[in-house]
Ligand binder design. Structure first.
Ligand SMILES: [Zn+2]
Length: 645
C-alpha cells in the first residue's frame, strides 16, 4: 500500500549514486515535474455519461469483470484509478489488483502507457474519428483473507472497479452504473435502481463522487430492516449473513437499532441523506469493514452479532460510529480533506474532529440507544482511558495531531512497538478530548449547554442537503465559542498540538475516575474472548506491559514498561511462566503471586530460534481498568448517555 514511498525510493537511490560519482547531469526538479503528464482537475462538466458495467458473478474465484464505455474526443486522454479513498484517509486504492486492462475504440485496440511517476495514471491517444472508448479489466479481490467476495455475499466498492478521466472534478463526471450479481442474490445500496433484467441491475446515473460513495452489499441471505424514525427520512439495515439463522432479530434488538436512528436525528436535528442504508455484513469469512458514506455505510461484524447478543458488547459501537459520519466527515468535512478528485492528496490534520468526535458520539449514541447498557459504555470507556493513562508513552515525542499522518505513514501495518510509535490515536485520543470539551461546556454553562449543542449547530445545518460543507480549525473554535465563550483555541491546542496532552482529565470533569482492580470487567472479558478481537489477544498492557495471544506470541510490548525493561521483544513467543507451560491463567497466577513481594516473574521465551529466560521486576499485581464515581460531583457521564426524548 505504500505506493508513494515505493515510487520515491528508487529515484532517491539514483540521485544518491549520481552525487557520489561526481556527475553533473542531475535532472532539475522542474524538469522532472514537466515530465509528469496527469492533467490537473478543473471544475467543468465532463461531456457525456460513462457507462460502467460490473460483472460480480464470479464469487468462487473472487473476480470482478469490468466493462466501461467512456465518451471521448480525439487527442490525449489520461484515465485514473482512484488512489485517495475517502474514509481511508490515505492513498490506499488497490492498483495492484487491477489486471487485464485493454482499451479499444470502434473495435480496434488503443495502446496505453502508464505515467512514469504515478502508477495510478494511464495515458493514451484517442484516434481521430473516435467518440467512445471501451475499457475492460478485472479487479482481482484478495484471496487469502480480507475477502470482499464469498459464495454467500460480496461487497462492491465502485472505486475499485472503475477508471475515470483526469482533468475534471469527480463531481462533474456522470456515470450510469450496472451490476450483475449471482442468481437469486439481493442487495442494499444508496443507489437508486433504474431497471432490473435477469441478474443485472442498472442504476440511475449519478456523479462519480456519489458512485464511489455508494457501494453495494449483496448476498444469498438478505434481510432489509426498517429503522426509520418517526417523521424522519428512511433508514434501513440491509443485512447479509453467512446463513439464514444469523438474520434473526429479536424485538429488543430491533428496538435498540431503531433507537439508534432516532437518537442520532435527535442529536443533530437534521439528516443529510434522501435515504440511509447500513450495509451490514454478518460473517466470519467476509472482511469486517467499517467505512462511512453520505447515504450509507459499510459495516461488518461476526456472523453471530444478533444470535450471541449477550456476549457481543465489544465493538457494538460500529453502526453508531459509521452513521455519525454522515454528519461528521461526509457532510461537514475538514477543508484539506475535501479534494477535487480521488487522485489529489488529502490533508488529514483535522481527523481528530472527523474521527475523534465521531468516536465520541459513536460510544455515546450506542449507550443512548440501549445497544450498550450504561455499565458496558463505562467499561468500554475505561479501556480507552487506560490506554491514555499508561499505554501511550509515544506522546513524549509526538502530538495527537501528528498521529493524523498515520493512515498514510503506517497504513495499518503491524507495528513492533505501538505504544511508542502510536497509531491513529486521533480516534480514541480525540474521543477522550471531546469528553473533556463536553464536560467543560456543561461546567461553563451550569449544565445549560453541552456538546449536543455544538453538534446540532455545527453538523445539523442545511437539513436534507448532502453537499459537503468544509471547515477549518477556526470554524470549530468559533462554533464552540457560540455555545459557551472560552479560550477554546488554547484548550484544543493544549491537547492536540502539545506533547504529553492531558487526555484523561475529562473523566474527572465528568464525575468519574479511572481505577484498576485485579479483575477484568464483564466487557473486557468479552473483548478477550471474541473471535474477531485482534488475534485473540490477552491484555496485560496495564500490568506487566504486554499483549499476547493464546499461543504465547507477543503482539506488543509497552515501551519502557516492566516487560520491556526485562528485555522482551515484540514477536517473541512466551513458552513457560515460573516453570509452568504458558497459558493465560499461568501468567495471571504468576503476576498475582508476585504482588507486594520480591518474587520474580520468570519467563522462558523463544525468539528467532533462541531460548531466553528473563525475570520481570513487577509487583503491583493484575490491573484491569474500571470507572468509579467521584462522590459529591455532578455525574455528567450519566447525563451524557441518557436517551434524548
Ligand atoms: Zn470513522
Amino acid at each position: 500500500m505504500s505506493f508513494a514511498s515505493l515510487l520515491r525510493s528508487p529515484l532517491a537511490a539514483c540521485l544518491a549514486v549520481a552525487v557520489t560519482m561526481g556527475m553533473t547531469t542531475l535532472p532539475a526538479a522542474a524538469q522532472v515535474a514537466r515530465e509528469a503528464q496527469v492533467p490537473a482537475p478543473q471544475d467543468a462538466p465532463y461531456p457525456g455519461t460513462i457507462t460502467l458495467r460490473v460483472d460480480a458473478g464470479d464469487t468462487r474465484q473472487g473476480i470482478f469483470r469490468v466493462h466501461e464505455t467512456i465518451p471521448v474526443k480525439p487527442g490525449k486522454l489520461t484515465l485514473l484509478y482512484p488512489q485517495w479513498i475517502p474514509g481511508n484517509h490515505s492513498p490506499s486504492g488497490p492498483i495492484a489488483m487491477l489486471a487485464g486492462l485493454k482499451l479499444s475504440a470502434n473495435g480496434k485496440p488503443v495502446a496505453w502507457m502508464r505515467d512514469k511517476y504515478d502508477v495510478y495514471a494511464f495515458h493514451l491517444d484517442v484516434p481521430a474519428g473516435v467518440s467512445s472508448l471501451d475499457a475492460t479489466f478485472e479487479y482481482l479481490s484478495p484471496r487469502r483473507g480480507g475477502f470482499e467476495m464469498t459464495d454467500r455475499m460480496l461487497m462492491l466498492e465502485w472505486d475499485k472497479v472503475s477508471l475515470y478521466p483526469a482533468g475534471y472534478y469527480s463531481r462533474d463526471i456522470k456515470v450510469a452504473p450496472s451490476v450483475t450479481l449471482p442468481a437469486g442474490w439481493q442487495f442494499g445500496s444508496a443507489l437508486e435502481t433504474a431497471t432490473h433484467t435477469g441478474g443485472t441491475t442498472t442504476f440511475k446515473p449519478v456523479s462519480y463522487n456519489n458512485l464511489v460513495d455508494s457501494p453495494i452489499y449483496a448476498g444469498r441471505y438478505f434481510k432489509r430492516v426498517n429503522l426509520t424514525p418517526p417523521d424522519g427520512a428512511p433508514v434501513h439495515l440491509d443485512v447479509v449473513a453467512d446463513a439464514p439463522k444469523y438474520l434473526a432479530i429479536t424485538p429488543e434488538q430491533l428496538k435498540a437499532h431503531q433507537a439508534l436512528a432516532m437518537q442520532a436525528v435527535q442529536l443533530f436535528g437534521s439528516h443529510h441523506y434522501d435515504h440511509y442504508d447500513f450495509l451490514f455484513s454478518l460473517s466470519d469469512v467476509l472482511a469486517g469493514n467499517g467505512l462511512e458514506h453520505h447515504q450509507s455505510s459499510e459495516d461488518g461484524m461476526g456472523a453471530d452479532y444478533f444470535t450471541a447478543w449477550a456476549d457481543n458488547a465489544p465493538n457494538r459501537d460500529l453502526l453508531a460510529h459509521e452513521y455519525v459520519h454522515s454528519w461528521n466527515g461526509k457532510f461537514r468535512r475538514p477543508a484539506d480533506l475535501a479534494t477535487p478528485n480521488f487522485n489529489v492528496p488529502m490533508g488529514d490534520s483535522l481527523l481528530w474532529v472527523y474521527e475523534g468526535q465521531t468516536q465520541y458520539w459513536g460510544f455515546v449514541l450506542t449507550a443512548r440507544s440501549g445497544l450498550w447498557t450504561p455499565e458496558q459504555f463505562r467499561d468500554a470507556l475505561a479501556m480507552v482511558a487506560a490506554n491514555y493513562d499508561v499505554n501511550r508513552p509515544g506522546f513524549q515525542w509526538r502530538t495527537l495531531e501528528d498521529t493524523t499522518n498515520d493512515a498514510t505513514a503506517a497504513h495499518r501495518q503491524s507495528l513492533p512497538y505501538r505504544s511508542w510509535q502510536m497509531s491513529e490515536d486521533y480516534y480514541s485520543g480525540g474521543q477522550m478530548m471531546w469528553l473533556a470539551v463536553d464536560a467543560k461546556l456543561r461546567a461553563l454553562t451550569h449544565d445549560q449547554r453541552s456538546l449536543d449543542d455544538f453538534a446540532r449547530a455545527f453538523f445539523g445545518v442545511d437539513n436534507g442537503s448532502y453537499v459537503t460543507r468544509t471547515y477549518t480549525f477556526d470554524d470549530v473554535v468559533a462554533a464552540l465559542n457560540a455555545v459557551a465563550p472560552f479560550d477554546w483555541a488554547g484548550f484544543l491546542k493544549a491537547r492536540v498540538d502539545a506533547l504529553d496532552p492531558p487526555l484523561t482529565e475529562g473523566l474527572a470533569a465528568a464525575g468519574w475516575k479511572l481505577v484498576y482492580t485485579d479483575t477484568p470487567s464483564a466487557y473486557e472479558k468479552q473483548y478477550d474472548a471474541r473471535r474477531e478481537s485482534p488475534r485473540h489477544l490477552f491484555n496485560f498492557a496495564w500490568s506487566i506491559g504486554l499483549t499476547l495471544d493464546k499461543h504465547g506470541e507477543i503482539n506488543d510490548v509497552r515501551w519502557n514498561g516492566p516487560a520491556f525493561k526485562a528485555g522482551i521483544s515484540t514477536g517473541a513467543k512466551l513458552v513457560a511462566v515460573n516453570g509452568q507451560a504458558y497459558s493465560r491463567d499461568a501468567l495471571k497466577e504468576a503476576i498475582a503471586a508476585a504482588k507486594g513481594n520480591q518474587a520474580p516473574i520468570a519467563l522462558l521465551l523463544k525468539y528467532q530460534d533462541q531460548l531466553q529466560t528473563v525475570s520481570i521486576d513487577y509487583h503491583d499485581g493484575l490491573r484491569y481498568p474500571h470507572l468509579e464515581r467521584i462522590a459529591g460531583t455532578a455525574d455528567y457521564l450519566g447525563q451524557i448517555i441518557a436517551a434524548r426524548h
